[in-house]
Design a protein around this ligand. Structure first.
Ligand code: 26W
Length: 822
């Protein structure tokens, strides 16, 4: 009954307005007469937050009462983006809010865009975690995310004189979406020593003592499902100095300065997201972050389990923990420590529980991304954990020795400890040994894991421990929210929005591929989305672009393996070609806008050089009267989730052109196709499965295959390298200082010409240029092009994270959704 009287559960414009005004006048203490977009945003957010928190509470009660197995998703990154629009759509009251805001003189789009992105992630892995949370809630799974509450998210990128400049992203001021839980804290220990003793029964015990204690404080973020009452929880930990005795002693001893320094050191743990994508640097603070977050999360999970008073053997029936890459691998060790050192279980029983509980997802095969921690570092920071790792390794190597006698090489290869100087702990191996399932994120990637990186482990454990779960994206944010017009058009044709929760229903669109009126509407929406992107380009770069030109987009983290350099060399080739044309020839050129966006890790010089080159090429090309509207080059600064929501619906083609075998999956490829853009790409990651679904007719594939890469590299190494002649012309142009001092770019050209072209830019250049020629050709037949666009969208049903989550639930977690009645 109390439910009906809940004041904040508005379902009409009038009720929403009442809530909005109440929050503006009382919570924010502002007058309606000096209320700007920002205050309107805060008021609207607070009104929706009230709703979410009511549903959040009910969901938690329901899940506790039901007492079934829960999923815990451990991720060091959650790249959430904005929350308000998502909350409005998932709760189903966006129109009430739109009308209410309009009454008060606001445009809902302006209000929504006041929100600061929650950017607690680098790229693909962090955004995947955010899409998973959306699907978990939408599908009513009892699931929590666990992460770190960084004070600074991924840096903001400015482009100054063509160079990337990093600005700290301090995002927490008046963030209405988090709830501090000052009563939910966990003390976390670092450093110290291990003392071996015996209990009354003579059993050996390990006491980890005299360490430094840091406190973890929980902050909860409600995660609403779409069209359901389920509102799950994302729990982020913030670090704080412990209020324990130890520190008070220092205060009392008058050592004020050192007490304050301790406090600062404690708060530093959750201060900043490491901005490296695919590069592990082995910094102590990063290991501290990992342990702090794993230990706090496990304490929380175990505390919740213990309330149920079940036997420990039932733990894996109540708890599934998924490791998002190796970053949370210490959770495996911490769990074993809790069971053996604190709960007094026998080693073998504890280990059975651990391995049944954990699953590990690998996202990359790049060697420089594989986590290894130095043994001395770990010895110092986590002495007991290192002992446990050695113990796990001992039992594992004994098992291997029993099954593969006298294979010393095998033992050396698979040992968790690499025998280098210093010795290193191989986190991926630890994650495999401590989990019951290991998965890759696209078919090719999972196959490569089995045949290369983890080959020995397939031998040891058999193939069943290894599986594939191809990535997806949430259609709520990446179609409905990002592209409301297309979502509405599809809903009109299919008779409702059911496709948003069953994306395979999109296949019904295929029936309309030949419907002329439908094609016209489809094309008109793409056009308007391009106009919207052109406005963003104008606002962020000052350049005016022609929305009728072919929009060619590559947005993602800047990395040599993703090959933005191939793209910009292709652009230079196009520029030189146009410069060499007669006026007659120019008339046949398809006007193009080449759009780039993405951040480089601050210490990644080659990536920064690529950004610099793109911007210098833009400077020259965009003001060259010989070229005019035939070619424009744009670098959109500070690419992030909210910009992606404008960019993805506006491409004609997008580029997913990694060296074959290097990209785990890619997920923006799915976002672009889902929004009616075609793609040019290599046979890599999920491109291969996208091709299988939408057919080869609808994608522009080029380049060498993964199976040929090793041999090509081998040949380069033995001096058989021949620079592609068209690429040579591009390099000549760069070296002629056409784009400013060539010295700036010499590392980039040399990496190809002189240092073995590891990413096969030259090998793929010719076929890349040829593929673009086909793109130009086909773009001129707009009727066919739109037909391809519609047919592709119709066949994208597979790439929803709803399908992905159901696969994890069935084949890895063994969890059921919780039925929710109204
Ligand atoms: C330790 C440094 C570090 C940081 C981040 C190493 C590795 C990472 C991530 C694994 C990088 C990442 O985001 N990988 C991407 O994950 C996506 C989601 O599965 C895939 O779609 C991308 O192909 C993959 O590059």
């Amino acid at each position: 009954a109390w439910r009906k009287h809940s004041a904040s559960e508005f379902t009409s414009k009038e009720q929403f307005e009442k809530e909005l005004v109440r929050h503006i006048e009382t919570t924010l203490a502002r007058s309606l007469y000096n209320c700007d977009d920002n205050a309107a945003y805060s008021g609207t957010a607070l009104a929706f937050r009230d709703r979410l928190i009511i549903e959040w509470n009910r969901t938690q009660q329901r899940q506790t009462f039901n007492d079934q197995k829960r999923v815990y998703y451990l991720s060091l990154e959650f790249l959430m983006g904005r929350a308000l629009d998502n909350a409005m759509l998932n709760v189903g009251q966006k129109e009430a809010a739109r009308d209410g805001l309009k009454d008060l003189g606001f445009r809902i789009e302006d209000v929504i865009s006041q929100e600061h992105d929650a950017a607690l992630g680098n790229g693909g892995l962090g955004r995947l975690a955010a899409c998973f949370l959306d699907s978990l809630a939408t599908l009513n799974y009892p699931a929590w995310g666990y992460g770190l509450r960084y004070r600074y998210g991924i840096f903001k990128q400015e482009i100054i004189d063509g160079y990337q400049v990093e600005i700290p992203d301090y995002w927490l001021d008046n963030n209405p979406w988090e709830f501090p839980r000052h009563d939910v804290t966990v003390d976390i220990q670092f450093y110290g020593t291990v003392r071996k003793t015996q209990d009354q029964n003579g059993k050996v015990q390990h006491l980890w003592e005299n360490g430094e204690i840091v406190q973890a404080v929980a902050y909860d973020v409600p995660i609403p499902g779409y069209g359901t009452k389920t509102t799950n929880n994302l729990r982020l930990w913030s670090s704080k100095a412990s209020t324990g005795e130890f520190d008070f002693q220092k205060f009392n001893a008058g050592d004020y300065e050192s007490a304050v320094a301790d406090q600062q050191r404690a708060e530093t743990i959750s201060a900043v997201l490491y901005p490296n994508d695919n590069l592990e640097r082995g910094k102590e603070l990063r290991l501290k972050q990992q342990y702090f977050w794993c230990a706090a999360s496990l304490f929380d999970i175990v505390r919740r389990f213990k309330k149920t008073k079940r036997a420990w053997s039932e733990f894996p029936d109540q708890v599934a923990i998924q490791l998002n890459d190796t970053h949370p691998t210490l959770a495996i060790v911490e769990m074993q420590r809790i069971l053996v050192d604190i709960e007094d279980l026998e080693w073998d029983e504890a280990w059975r529980i651990v391995t049944k509980t954990f699953g590990y997802t690998n996202h990359t095969v790049l060697p420089e991304a594989l986590e290894k921690w130095s043994v001395p570092l770990m010895q110092n920071l986590l002495p007991r954990h290192l002992q446990i790792i050695y113990e796990i390794n001992l039992f594992f190597l004994q098992y291997v020795e029993r099954n593969f006698p006298n294979d010393r090489d095998l033992l050396t290869r698979v040992s968790i400890i690499e025998e280098s100087h210093p010795k290193m702990v191989r986190m991926a191996y630890l994650a495999i040994i401590g989990s019951h399932k290991v998965n890759g994120v696209a078919e090719l990637h999972s196959d490569l894991l089995k045949t290369t990186l983890f080959k020995d482990f397939v031998e040891i454990y058999g193939p069943d421990r290894f599986t594939n779960v191809t990535n997806g994206v949430t259609p709520r944010r990446w179609l409905h929210q990002a592209n409301p017009e297309l979502s509405a058009l599809i809903a009109k044709k299919l008779g409702g929005h059911e496709f948003l929760t069953d994306l395979t229903l999109l296949d019904k669109l295929e029936a309309f591929v030949d419907d002329k009126e439908f094609r016209t509407e489809w094309a008109a929406i793409k056009s308007r989305n391009k106009v919207r992107l052109a406005q963003l380009i104008k606002e962020t770069t000052g350049y005016t672009v022609n929305p009728d030109a072919l929009f060619d987009v590559q947005v993602k983290r800047i990395h040599e393996y993703k090959r933005q350099q191939l793209n910009i060399f292709g652009v230079i080739h196009r520029y030189l070609t146009i410069k060499g044309m007669s006026a007659e020839e120019k008339k046949k050129v398809v006007p193009r806008v080449s759009i780039f966006g993405g951040k480089a890790a601050p210490g990644y010089w080659m990536a920064k050089t690529i950004i610099h080159l793109i911007n210098k090429v833009a400077d020259v090309v965009n003001k060259d009267p010989d070229v005019g509207d035939l070619l424009k080059v744009i670098f959109i600064p500070d690419y992030n989730v909210s910009k992606a929501e404008v960019i993805c619906p506006a491409s004609d083609i997008s580029e997913h052109i990694s060296t074959a075998g290097t990209e785990g999956s890619g997920t923006s490829n799915m976002k672009f196709v889902l929004n009616g853009g075609l793609i040019i790409g290599t046979c890599d990651g999920a491109n291969i499965e996208i091709t299988r679904e939408i057919s080869e007719q609808n994608i522009f594939l080029f380049g060498n295959l993964a199976e040929d890469v090793e041999e090509l590299r081998h040949r380069h190494f033995y001096g058989e390298f021949q620079l592609d002649p068209q690429l040579a012309k591009v390099f000549d142009a760069i070296k002629s200082n056409m784009f400013g001092d060539a010295a700036h770019f010499s590392a980039l050209t040399a990496s190809i010409e002189e240092h073995g072209d590891y990413y096969l830019v030259s090998d793929d250049f010719n076929s890349y240029i040829a593929a673009h020629a086909v793109v130009d050709q086909e773009f001129q037949n707009q009727k066919e092009w739109i037909a391809k666009s519609i047919a592709s969208v119709a066949r994208m049903g597979f790439f929803s994270t709803d399908r992905v989550i159901n696969e994890y639930a069935d084949s890895i977690w063994n969890v059921e959704p919780l039925a929710v009645k109204d």
